[in-house]
Design a protein around this ligand. Structure first.
Ligand SMILES: [Zn+2]
Ligand SMILES: [Zn+2]
Length: 280
């Protein structure tokens, strides 16, 4: 039984399939809800987010599909929004937010080069190091702590419905090659963020997207973080961050098993404008 995914990408951004194909894939898996969460507009042109002149078409199409498939699945209209550590969500129109059923707040960009161009933590290893050199004088620990500091600030101030891939900063940290996840300072940074989430209604996602795309063999967040989440009783939802229809429920079964093994007996999924709790 697959319940839901509200983190999915389509041809409106960097996904391979149309919104309708993603919805059909979710129906095929027996899901109760699917949310389409195209990468939202950015203050500059990139290939992987929705073009400004396509935003209204996107909204209209998802609303049309919501109606078309309402007897088979609940379709939700969302967006994955980029938080910038300096300008925050300044680039997002309030009127756009009012039209969405939910938001995913993510930090992909952690700093800027001298020319103002932002650099991402979601790219390749070399690019990450280049960025950390530019903004943090090469101090990886400082950059990682700052990542969680800004993630906390984003959640406290804007309360996105879902926090996107909370430990994305580990993407290039295979075998703890950049920093050691077992170090106390890392645990403190992560737990500080979890304490911030605990005071809001935001939900943390288990995100299998990097597994599907071959970047990692593990989900976001790491297993030990899931245990900290359980201790704080912060609700968890499972999302595929799928960029293609075939990955709509990538490793969901394994995630249910993992959470059960960690002693988590329920997860939540978004439906009818609220988080619904289900027993695993
Ligand atoms: Zn993302
Ligand atoms: Zn995404």
């Amino acid at each position: 039984m697959y319940y839901s995914t509200v983190h999915t990408h389509t041809t409106y951004c960097d996904g391979n399939n149309t919104a309708e194909e993603m919805i059909l894939a979710a129906i095929n898996k027996g899901m109760k809800t699917i949310g389409i969460s195209t990468h939202g507009p950015l203050p500059f042109e990139v290939k992987w987010s929705v073009a400004n002149d396509k935003i209204q078409t996107y909204i209209d199409e998802i609303r049309y599909l919501k109606e078309k498939y309402k007897d088979k699945i609940e379709v939700l209209l969302g967006m994955e929004l980029d938080y910038f550590i300096d300008t925050e969500f300044e680039h997002i129109d309030k009127s756009l937010l009012e039209q969405l059923d939910y938001t995913i707040g993510s930090i992909h960009y952690l700093g800027r080069y001298d020319d103002g161009k932002p650099w991402t933590v979601d790219g390749h290893y070399e690019n990450l190091l280049e960025g950390i050199n530019a903004s943090y004088g090469g101090d990886i620990k400082k950059a990682v702590i700052d990542y969680y500091h800004h993630l906390s600030k984003m959640v406290e101030k804007y309360k996105p419905t879902v926090v996107g891939h909370m430990d994305l900063i580990k993407k290039n940290n295979k075998d703890n090659s950049l920093f050691n996840e077992n170090d106390l300072w890392y645990k403190d940074a992560v737990c500080g963020f979890l304490d911030a989430v605990k005071n809001t209604d935001s939900v943390i996602e288990v995100n299998t997207g990097a597994i599907a795309r071959g970047y990692m063999t593990e989900q976001y967040p790491s297993k030990w973080i899931l245990e900290e989440i359980r201790l704080r009783e912060i609700p968890i939802t499972i999302n595929s961050d799928a960029h293609s229809a075939e990955n709509i429920a990538c490793k969901f079964y394994e995630m249910y098993e993992l959470l059960k093994d960690l002693g988590l007996d329920n997860i939540v999924y978004l439906s009818k404008n609220a988080w619904q709790k289900i027993t695993l």
